[in-house]
Design a protein around this ligand. Structure first.
Ligand SMILES: C[S@@+](CC[C@H](N)C(=O)[O-])C[C@H]1O[C@@H](n2cnc3c(N)ncnc32)[C@H](O)[C@@H]1O
Ligand code: SF4
Length: 461
């Protein structure tokens, strides 16, 4: 059980901009990277004596309407024919990517993200999954972890039935806040009954896991209003709840300019809301997994954390550890062998590359030995709140105290602040330190030591 203790004073002091470590190094460190480099890693990944299974990600960038807070990579349009064109190109990418990987590599994990994957029509959803099955080896039973992000406003119970039929077994629903005033201010009107109907449908169709996204820090939110939102969602009893911090960065995300800054809760109120969320959800029986995530004790994320098999990748926390992640669609990021590779971020660039018979790779990174080592350490900390120095020494053939002398020094103030403690074999993050896990991870992040990089991340509060 991963207890978490909320210490407002400590959080105030450690409130600094930092990444959520869905990868290490993070995407801001990506640089020039070619299609050929990506292909070389893909071929290399087949050469392992026992090649890893695959994880497939598909990015569907379209949304019907814009939510003003949104920081996702999306295209807002009412023109559904855009999806038709997009799928034709995505199919080409599927064909090209599939050729790089041995056919006997099973797809253990599959995810549709966005934007809004449920922008696609039922026929398009079916066609995309058929195309995927034609070119990759997908499970026909519920063995795989096949998940999709759903905007409850864009689906019916029938859609959920269809998604189950084509192979999805985990559903993640965007809710954000149930308060009407908040919903109006962020341009996302979503009646509670609509969300509940979709959760009921997921359950009726035998979903293995249902997850709900909430955001704190939105306009007009108060401690009391957020308590209502939490109570409403707890009543619906999803298996997982994510509580994201709203990062107001209107310079980076244009729609956020339509949010009136005067309506945003103060940092102090945000802190209180955060505290409420942690205490209320844990009291309701949810376990704190880490970063922004909570799960019921019998959800497989919580089980994996207890068993030490939890991992973290671009999709967040996952039980499917050792996979090569092949990401398709505009702006998506693959993680294959020892590289990260990102696709073109605009449709124009994405289509242009595929039109000339090329994979739309625009940037990425080949990990060196030090990156692989630090990635392992950050994963251990983010997933398990503990680090075994002896194990690191054994796995990477180094003397921990010598290699990480600077980091051990930087950790000292965190020991004095009771965020962590050293043990005979390594370090343990305390319940007070768990909420500040990204600050602890940042100590091991060398790419972050460059100031300019740090300014591109959101703060804790
Ligand atoms: C791609 S959306 C989910 C699917 C669907 N488009 C929807 O909104 O229901 C992913 C999630 O990112 C979160 N999100 C988006 N913008 C955010 C922001 N600026 N700060 C924090 N969380 C954000 C929301 O919780 C949202 O549900
Ligand atoms: S939150 Fe979801 S529906 Fe809203 S704009 Fe972002 S991706 Fe689209």
């Amino acid at each position: 059980m991963s207890a978490v203790q909320f210490d407002a004073d400590l959080i105030r002091r450690y409130d600094t901009a930092g990444p959520r470590y869905t990868s290490y190094p993070t995407a801001v460190a990506f640089g020039p990277f070619t299609e050929d480099e990506y292909k070389a890693h893909a071929y290399l990944s087949n050469e392992d004596p026992i090649p890893l299974p695959l994880s497939l990600y598909f990015h569907v960038p379209f949304c019907d309407t814009v939510c003003f807070y949104c920081a996702c990579n999306k295209i807002v349009t009412k023109d559904h024919s855009k999806a038709e064109t997009y799928l034709q190109y995505l199919f080409r990418e599927i064909e090209m990517q599939a050729k790089l990987y041995d056919r006997d590599r099973m797809v253990e994990q599959l995810h549709w993200g966005g934007g809004t994957p449920t922008f696609l029509s039922h026929d398009e959803m079916r066609a995309l999954m058929d195309k995927t099955r034609e070119h990759f080896s997908l499970h026909i039973t519920d063995e795989g972890d096949y998940s999709i992000e759903i905007d409850p406003r864009s689906v019916t119970a029938e859609t959920i039935g269809l998604l189950r039929e084509i192979g999805f077994n985990r559903f993640s629903l965007g809710v954000q806040d149930v308060d009407e005033r908040v919903q109006v201010a962020v341009n996302r009107i979503q009646p509670i009954a609509q969300t509940l109907a979709i959760i009921d449908a997921c359950r009726a169709y035998g979903a293995k896991s249902i997850s709900v996204d909430l955001i704190y820090g939105l306009p007009f939110q108060t401690v009391e209003s957020f308590r209502q939102t939490l109570d409403t969602i707890i009543e619906m009893s999803p298996d997982r709840i994510s509580v994201f911090n709203y990062a107001h960065m209107p310079n980076l995300f244009k729609p956020q300019r339509r949010i009136n800054e005067a309506d945003l809760p103060s940092p102090e109120t945000k802190l209180q809301i955060m505290q409420l969320a942690v205490e209320h959800l844990t009291a309701a029986g949810y376990e704190y997994i880490g970063m922004d995530h909570f799960a019921k004790p019998d959800d497989e994320l919580a089980i994996a954390q207890r068993q030490g098999t939890l991992h973290r990748n671009f999709q967040g926390y996952t039980t499917h550890a050792d996979c090569d992640l092949v990401a398709m669609g505009v702006s998506s990021i693959s993680s294959v062998a020892e590289c990260y590779s990102q696709n073109a971020k605009t449709l124009e660039e994405y289509y242009a590359a595929l039109d000339t018979g090329h994979l739309p790779v625009i940037k990425g990174l080949t990990l060196d030995d030090d990156d692989v080592l630090r990635r392992y350490i950050i994963q251990q900390l983010a997933c398990h709140f503990t680090l075994n120095f002896t194990q690191v020494e054994r796995l990477f053939s180094l003397a921990f105290a010598e290699y990480f002398s600077r980091e051990l020094e930087l950790l000292q103030p965190m020991v004095s602040d009771h965020l962590l403690q050293f043990t005979d074999t390594g370090l343990d993050v305390t319940p007070r330190g768990r909420f500040l896990i990204r600050n602890i991870c940042m100590v091991f992040d060398v790419s972050l030591r460059k100031q300019s990089v740090q300014q591109r991340f959101s703060r804790v509060i």
